[in-house]
Design a protein around this ligand. Structure first.
Ligand SMILES: *Cc1c(COP(=O)(O)O)cnc(C)c1O
Length: 330
């Protein structure tokens, strides 16, 4: 069982923030996805020899599933809609690390194109294809739907919540604001639900990184219809598209990485932008940010940022920042 990631103190926007270092959970299996998949690590699955998942070819969940399969001694098949040619020619990040762990990344579009028995006109999603075409022939496979957005995630997230509760108690804190950026919102939801049900004064605040606030609220409701147990959603001033590059994200990432802790480039920049906006409105109550890992993704994201914003930044004399970033964050 993976547990008890350390809590560090971190200075941000003139305030002390406590940082829950879930990126340090385990060298191969860490962060948000390790918490969400912890159920599968801890339980015995008699007869299972293979893990099947799906998602994007650069997803943190691809790498985490490959690491989980390796820890369990299982094979791992991961279905993707499509693999970009530059990923195939120069594998990096989550994709490369998953392949190195022995995972087969299966491109559904080329699989269907190569199989004359599959009706071409049928546009399968990976989920449909796995359920209808793969699982019937794989009695020893365990299927984990995309990104870990289901009830099984509650098991590992409860463990995270219990660690935070114990830590706060040891610190003599009664109230604590826990902040983390959300994708599907599964982690934020199960965390807040735990604290409400424990009648603790710890509360979870989050921001929508994928989709908007309405999408996130909908995701919460799917997992738990009781909105009294939902985390508070803090909104950003601007609408951002997931995975797109923004100069203010890059600038924030450089700032937070300058503290010496490495953050990731998809969720953390918006997380800290929103945190900085709301911090002055909060009273003196302590604040904890959850570092949810995902650092392997920087191998893919950082070169994209350097290509897009690197040149103009160095023209403005920020060369040292860029080289710092390269040594710090790759
Ligand atoms: C998956 C992921 C998230 C989003 O988690 P949800 O539970 O879907 O909200 C946030 N940060 C990192 C680094 C992730 O890998």
């Amino acid at each position: 069982m993976l547990a008890n990631s350390p809590v560090e103190s971190f200075s941000f926007a003139g305030r002390e923030i406590f940082l829950k270092r879930d990126d340090l959970l385990h060298p191969g299996f860490s962060g948000n996805k390790a918490r969400k998949f912890a159920y599968f690590l801890d339980q015995e699955f008699a007869g299972v020899t293979k893990l099947i998942g799906h998602g994007s070819a650069q997803a943190n969940s691809l790498y985490s599933l490959s690491a989980l399969a390796k820890l369990k001694g299982w094979q791992c098949d991961f279905y993707v809609d499509h693999i970009a040619s530059h990923v195939l020619t120069l594998p990096t990040g989550n994709y490369a690390a998953a392949i190195a762990n022995g995972t087969r990344v299966i491109d559904l579009s080329s699989l269907i194109a190569a199989n004359p028995f599959v009706q071409r006109e049928l546009k399968w999603t990976c989920h449909e294809y796995i359920v209808q075409q793969v699982l019937p022939a794989e009695p020893n496979a365990l299927f984990i739907p995309e990104g870990g957005r289901c009830q099984y995630a509650e098991y590992g997230v409860n463990q995270l919540a219990a660690e935070i509760e114990t830590w706060a108690m040891q610190q003599g804190m009664t109230d604590l604001k826990v902040f983390l950026p959300a994708g599907t919102g599964t982690t934020a939801l199960f965390l807040n639900q735990y604290f409400v049900r424990q009648q603790s004064d710890i509360r979870v605040l989050t921001c929508a990184v994928v989709g908007g606030d309405a999408y996130l609220r909908q995701q919460f409701s799917m997992l738990n219809p009781n909105s009294a147990e939902h985390p508070q959603i803090l909104n950003a001033d601007k609408k951002y598209h997931f995975g797109k590059l923004y100069p203010e994200f890059y600038a924030m990432w450089l700032r937070i990485c300058a503290s010496g802790v490495q953050f990731e480039l998809l969720y953390d920049p918006l997380g800290f932008i929103v945190l900085e906006k709301y911090l002055p409105q909060w009273d003196a109550s302590p604040v904890m940010y959850i570092h949810q890992g995902g650092l392997l993704g920087n191998e893919t994201m950082l070169p994209r940022y350097l290509r897009k914003f690197g040149q103009s930044s160095s023209a403005h004399g920020e060369k040292h920042l860029l080289s710092d970033a390269k040594t710090l964050c790759v």
